[in-house]
Design a protein around this ligand. Sequence first.
Ligand code: SF4
Length: 319
Amino acid sequence: MIQVIPVERKSAVLTPSSLACLAHIPTINFTVGCAHECRYCYARGYLTHPGEGKIKLYINTLAKLQEELHRKRQKPTVVYFSPSSDPFQPVPEVLDLAYEVFSFLLESGIGVAFVTKGLIPERHRKLFALHAPLVRGQIGLITMDSAVTSTFEPWAAAPEVRLAQTVELIDAGVQVEARVDPILPGVTDGEECLESLCAALAGAGVRRIAASVLFLRPAVIGSLRRCVKDQEMVHRLLDRFARAEPMAIHAENSRVRAIPTEERLEIFHRLKSIAHRYGLEMLVCACKNLDISRGSCHITGRWPTTPQTSADQQELFPL
Ligand code: SF4
C-alpha cells in the first residue's frame, strides 16, 4: 500500500528539463516518487526521492498551472508528462489530478505528450481519443515476459494491458510510440526476448521505438538487492556490470555506471536489426548514450513545429 503525502507546490508547475530532447518543452511531474516502484528506476537516486512505499502529491498543481498560463503571453504548444514520475500511477488521487490537468490543457488547445508504464484508465483514454490530434503517447515496455515485468516493475500494468491500450489509442487516431528503456543486460537483451517484444509492438500498430540500456547508481543497486525477490535474476544483471565504466549523461552533472560502449552498441545493433524486420524504426536515446548517439529521439513525438534534425537520420556511431 503506497502512502500518499499531500504537499503544496511552491515552485513553478511548468518546469524546464535538463534533457536535451526536452530543451524547449515544459514538463510537469504530479508527484515526487512513483507508485510503480520499478526496481531499476533512476529517480530513486534523486535527493528528493521520498523513500520506498511513499509518494508526495502536488495537490495544488491545477490551480497553479492555470495561474501560470494566464500570465504567459505565449502558451506552450505541448507539455510533457512526466520526466521523473508517471502520470498513470495506480493511485486514485494521482489519476484524478492527471485527468483534471490533461482536460484543462487539451480544452485550452495545448498538446500533451506522456510516457507511461501504467494502466491508462478508460476516462483518460476517452479524453485522449476526443482530442487525438493534440496527444502523443509513449508506452514504456521492456519485455513481454511477465515474470520479468512483475519482478522489476511490480505495480506497473501487465505488458498485455499496455499493448491493448496502445491499440485502442492508435485506433482512435493518437500517435503512440514505445520506449524500450531500460533494456536489462543479461535479462531482457536476448534475441528471443527482443524478437517477441518487437513482434508485439509492431502487432499493436507501433511504428517507432526509442531504446536505452540500464545504467546504475548506488540507489538502484540498493533497490535491486533489497526489493527483488528473484536474486538469481539480479545476479545475472549485475554480473554484466562487472566491467562497468563511469559514464556522463545529459540530464545531470553526476556520472553513472554503464556497461562498456561496445556491449551497449552490440545490443542496440541487434535490437535495430530485429526492429527493422518488423517494420519498426529504432532510435537510441542520445541523452543517456552520449558516447554512441547524437540528436533527439523526439521523446514528445513529432509536432508540426518539430524541427527536422540530424536525429531523423540518426545513426549509431561505429566502434
Ligand atoms: S514508471 Fe517510470 S518513473 Fe515510475 S517507477 Fe517506473 S521507471 Fe520510475
